[in-house]
Design a protein around this ligand. Sequence first.
Ligand SMILES: [Cu+2]
Length: 219
Amino acid sequence: MTKSKKTIVSATVLLALVSLANFAWAGDVKGKVTAQGMPSPENIVVYIDSVPGKTFLPPVQHAIMDQLRMAFIPHVLVIVKGTTVNFLNDDPVQHNVYWPAINHDRKLAHNMGTWPQGIVRSFTFNELGDVPLLCKAHSEMSGYIVVVPTPYFALTDKEGNYTIKDVPPGQYTLKTWSEKAQPTTQAITVREVKDTAVKPACNCCPMTQVTNADLTVKE
Ligand SMILES: [Cu+2]
């Protein structure tokens, strides 16, 4: 084998090993949130807190907060710090967007203004915490943006179930945020998958390590 062919072969082997390693390391954190004293366990944010020594770039793609049928859609939007949100108006009436504080800090209050259907205004969120959204034109409207420090986050469904996908192995602090409940904190360990020999032959059943973390929040 020539030297260049050898290089190509070893590079291919290396690439295969790297992709196998990435594949093997995918770990989901999932569980169920019980909401004590609350009507529903839906729309609770579960996220991994900041990881010392790690910074996470925000996505290039903008997140979307719509105003549709007189409501903020989604009711709760979770984003990683630094994400730009496009605020839409899909109603035939003018809507306003403002927030009286970010993370209870009133100095971070901001009014995006009032605009008609079809116009989009954007804002980049560089402060962590919850952003309560209100509309000066319709006092009954409310929504939330929750700015978290890592891309490892999820929202609970109607039953309180959540899944945080593709978390690298490590020790983390799992946190919750809810419109109604007190925030909670729990330590979790996502273990490394060591035995790559058990890799399935097909992609139909990808090998995913699941770390279970059931949580309870209280009003
Ligand atoms: Cu409105």
